[in-house]
Design a protein around this ligand. Structure first.
Ligand code: PAZ
Length: 295
């Protein structure tokens, strides 16, 4: 269940088509999750990577499933997965009883419930892994092309942390960069933005949500608004690195902003903000479908 290999185009096409056919009565969400990796060599020994572990994508996927969606979970290989995400550190929960030498497991609260949920929803969940930035860009395009006929029933939730910079293929050294050459200077190019093409050409009728991550609160709303102007999609969810698990802000094409912040009570009850995000999106998505269908 948790080991995956990178799929080739025909395998993606077959898997996505089968998945959509099997779930033809459901709303479908494509969720991107985790960080992209950028290689520094063709025979890559070193990489540029980022912080994202894929919490947002994995938790949101659980709530999309709970809300009746079938989910294509397009994730960084080895990042967190729905349901298993809380149980990654199995070794820390195992102790050997000194008296009889038996292994005792503690601290697995919720494990049975998570396994039950996974079993309930597994037919509505398709895992597709990526690792490097170029795989992410190419495979997302392939997945979206297959899902395009779903029209407004398709929701695309772009939570992955995608690198803005990379080294162009023609500028990548073939072999491992040698330290004997002294200090290393890197020239990184801007990653071409794929969202505009996705929104206007590949899935023009889908409901598309992107995330905007910043560390400086004073620019978050302006950057989110300009993403909406540039790409023409439906919602940007802005978040600040240090507070992203407690608050986010929905920004709409009208320029209107709608903050969501967890209350102390919700935090004390161990609720996660993705539940609130997905509940709100479901309402917006249903409204979007009925407007599109009435045209
Ligand atoms: O993976 P995670 O849960 O630690 O972080 C989620 C996030 C901050 C990567 C996501 O909410 C987000 O903002 N993604 C888009 C990042 C960006 O490219 O601006």
């Amino acid at each position: 269940m948790f080991h995956h290999e990178i799929l080739h185009d025909p395998q993606i096409v077959t898997k996505v088509n089968e998945f959509i056919n099997r779930n033809k009565d459901s709303l479908i969400a494509i969720v991107t999750s985790g960080g992209t990796r950028v290689p520094l060599e063709k025979n890559a020994v070193r990489f540029i990577d980022n912080f994202s572990m894929g919490n947002r994508g994995a938790i949101s996927t659980e709530w999309f499933l709970e809300n009746g969606y079938a989910v294509v979970f397009f994730h960084r290989e080895e990042s967190l997965k729905p349901y298993s995400r809380k149980f990654m550190h199995i070794f820390e929960h195992l102790q050997v009883n000194e008296e009889d030498g038996k292994v005792v497991a503690t601290g697995f609260d919720g494990l049975a419930e998570s396994i039950t949920k996974y079993n309930t929803y597994k037919n509505r969940l398709l895992y597709i892994p990526f690792t490097d930035l170029d795989q992410y860009m190419h495979m997302l395009d392939v997945i979206c092309k297959q899902a395009c006929p779903l029209g407004p029933r398709l929701l695309i939730y772009l939570a992955a942390a995608v690198s803005d910079f990379y080294i162009k293929r023609e500028e990548l050294p073939t072999h491992k960069i040698q330290s004997t050459n002294g200090d290393l200077q890197l020239k990184l190019s801007l990653v071409p933005k794929m969202l505009e093409r996705l929104v206007s050409n590949v899935v023009p009728n889908a409901f598309v949500i992107s995330f905007k991550l910043e560390t400086d609160e004073s620019i978050l709303i302006d950057k989110s608004r300009s993403a909406l102007e540039k790409y023409g999609h439906q919602v940007v969810i802005g978040n600040i690195l240090s507070t992203r698990k407690r608050k986010v802000v929905f920004v709409y094409p009208s320029g209107q902003v709608d903050p969501i912040e967890m209350s102390d009570d919700q935090i004390a009850k161990h609720m996660e903000i993705e539940e609130l995000i997905v509940d709100k999106l479901k309402v917006l998505h249903e409204k979007f479908i009925s407007i599109r269908n009435s045209k």
